[in-house]
Design a protein around this ligand. Structure first.
Ligand code: ZN
Length: 259
């Protein structure tokens, strides 16, 4: 009798101890990244990952295209390409990317916001973060008084470094528009791998304008945040990547390129 009770107890222990744990679904997604920012800085502008492969990893994200042909926005599973003419194109699903970050966007926090510019927005998101040591996928959608963006022109080989390209980047001032900012906050410890801090791209709702975000003035909108705990990288197969040099600290150059 005593042995039977102990066996039943053992089964109860196994069931409770090894059964389904309370779900923590909100942080189950993985940020998937192609290549590194320091490789892009050096002119590794050709990757071998297709948009089709990227779409398996997320429905939300940003990046660029092979030969550095414009700014990528992945919005609700659809890819957009903001080229250096300022126009928005629909790229082929077979297009290749040398640098991109995507995630399956499942925001756990959302709030109404009014009267924000880029510095105020950063201050607000800083205050909402549980810790700056996680990744955050960020969406800000609404009515903008103005948005300041840039795009990068397609490059020819031998590719110049990114800092040379962005010194002559076309910039766009978009006024009175409805649209969405899509992007990420990355923690300090990914320096060299991704852009630390905030990196966002804009796309207007009528898909007529967009680009890499430099500044904005929002009238009113909705802010959504998604904290991410998992990170996956895919490195390029190219010879350019294989012969890249990663000893140099390029963080000051990255700041100049991004802002
Ligand atoms: Zn960008």
């Amino acid at each position: 009798m005593r042995i039977r009770r102990e066996i039943i107890g053992l089964f109860v222990w196994i069931f409770v101890g090894c059964g389904p744990q309370p779900s923590n679904q909100v942080h189950e997604q993985t940020l998937f990244q192609v290549s590194t920012i320091d490789a892009l800085m050096q002119g590794v502008y050709d990757g071998n990952t297709t948009l089709s492969e990227l779409s398996q990893k997320g429905d939300f994200g940003i990046g660029t295209f092979n030969a550095l042909d414009g700014e990528m926005v992945l919005e609700n599973g659809q890819f957009f390409q903001v080229k250096s003419d300022g126009k928005v194109y629909r790229p082929s699903i077979e297009s290749l990317t040398p640098f991109a970050s995507v995630v399956k966007f499942v925001p756990e926090d959302s709030m109404k916001v009014t009267d924000l510019d880029f510095p105020k927005f950063q201050h607000l998101v800083d205050s909402l973060m549980k810790s700056p040591n996680y990744f955050y996928a960020i969406r800000l959608e609404g009515e903008f008084e103005s948005v300041h963006t840039r795009s990068v022109p397609s490059q020819q080989k031998p590719y110049p470094e990114l800092i040379v390209v962005t010194r002559q980047q076309p910039e766009f001032n978009i006024s009175e528009t409805k649209g969405k900012l899509t992007g990420f906050f990355c923690p300090e410890f990914v320096k060299g791998i991704n852009i630390t801090g905030y990196h966002l791209h804009f796309l207007s709702d009528d898909k007529s304008s967009g680009g890499h975000l430099l500044g904005f003035q929002l009238k009113s909108g909705m802010l959504k945040l998604d904290r991410i705990h998992k990170f996956e990288m895919q490195l390029p197969e190219s010879g350019d990547f294989q012969s890249s040099e990663f000893k140099t600290d390029r963080s000051e150059q990255v700041k100049e390129v991004e802002n």
